[in-house]
Design a protein around this ligand. Structure first.
Ligand code: BG6
Ligand code: MG
Length: 217
């Protein structure tokens, strides 16, 4: 086929969305307020800078530029402590089977993540060499829901955007995929990811035949 597949990382390939949340929550608590899981849905897929801006807005806290940078660094240090022991055993159930299927069928695969830690997580989980292209938070200037990250990934795969299939766990990411003209598959709660073309709770519910059919379309 002439198709390509783009995976988001956090909350799709690995269960790191919960660590981002814990680290942001700790930051908010240190500044004297709390954030909810519902608010966290709005942080998923969003860049580090944009996330902190949103959180400060919710807590009605304003910081000088120096303090802002300091909080971002603290959050990342905290996040890194959570992922320090990550290995290939932390790849979410059902993900490897689909990656192997795509590789065997010569379907190019890319990573399209907002995270600046993406490459390091791919190395830790032994996935880096399996991707034909990796586009992450270091490569883009516009955060999801801007489609930039997915459009660059498509370009690197040499696949037309309308022939790309995107796996995403975030509202911002599903929106980005839709704006890019790609087929979006939400991983998570259908109530949260209603804008996606398809939604699955996790990868264990995705049959290889379902993927085959999409590739043949
Ligand atoms: C996204 C996560 O993948 O990356 C967000 O869903 C996170 O929660 C963003 O804030 C940026 O990640 P990092 O690792 O660069 O702080
Ligand atoms: Mg994600």
């Amino acid at each position: 086929s002439n198709k390509g597949v783009i995976f988001d990382l956090d909350g799709v390939i690995v269960d790191t969305a919960k660590f981002h949340f814990l680290a942001w929550r700790k930051l908010a608590n240190n500044l004297g307020f709390d954030i909810t899981e519902a608010q966290n849905e709005e942080l998923k897929g969003v860049s580090r800078v944009k996330s902190l801006e949103k959180i400060l807005d919710w807590g009605q806290v304003s910081l000088t530029e120096d303090k802002f940078m300091e909080q971002m660094a603290l959050k990342n240090d905290n996040y890194l402590s959570y992922i320090s022991t990550m290995t290939s055993r932390d790849i979410l159930p059902g993900v490897s089977k689909i990656i192997e299927f795509l590789m065997e069928n010569n379907v190019p695969i890319a990573l399209g993540s907002a995270s600046k830690n993406a490459r390091s997580i791919l190395e830790k989980t032994d996935l880096y060499r399996k991707f034909d292209a990796v586009v992450d938070g270091n490569d883009v200037s516009k955060a999801k829901p801007n489609p930039e990250v997915f459009l660059i990934a498509a370009e690197k795969l040499k696949v037309d955007p309308q022939n790309c299939i995107v796996f995403e766990d975030s509202q911002a990411g599903v929106e980005a995929a839709n704006i890019a003209g790609m087929l979006s598959i939400g991983i998570g709660d259908a109530g949260v990811l209603g804008e996606a073309n398809y939604v699955f709770q996790d990868f264990t519910g995705i049959e290889i035949n379902f993927i085959k059919n999409l590739l043949e379309k």
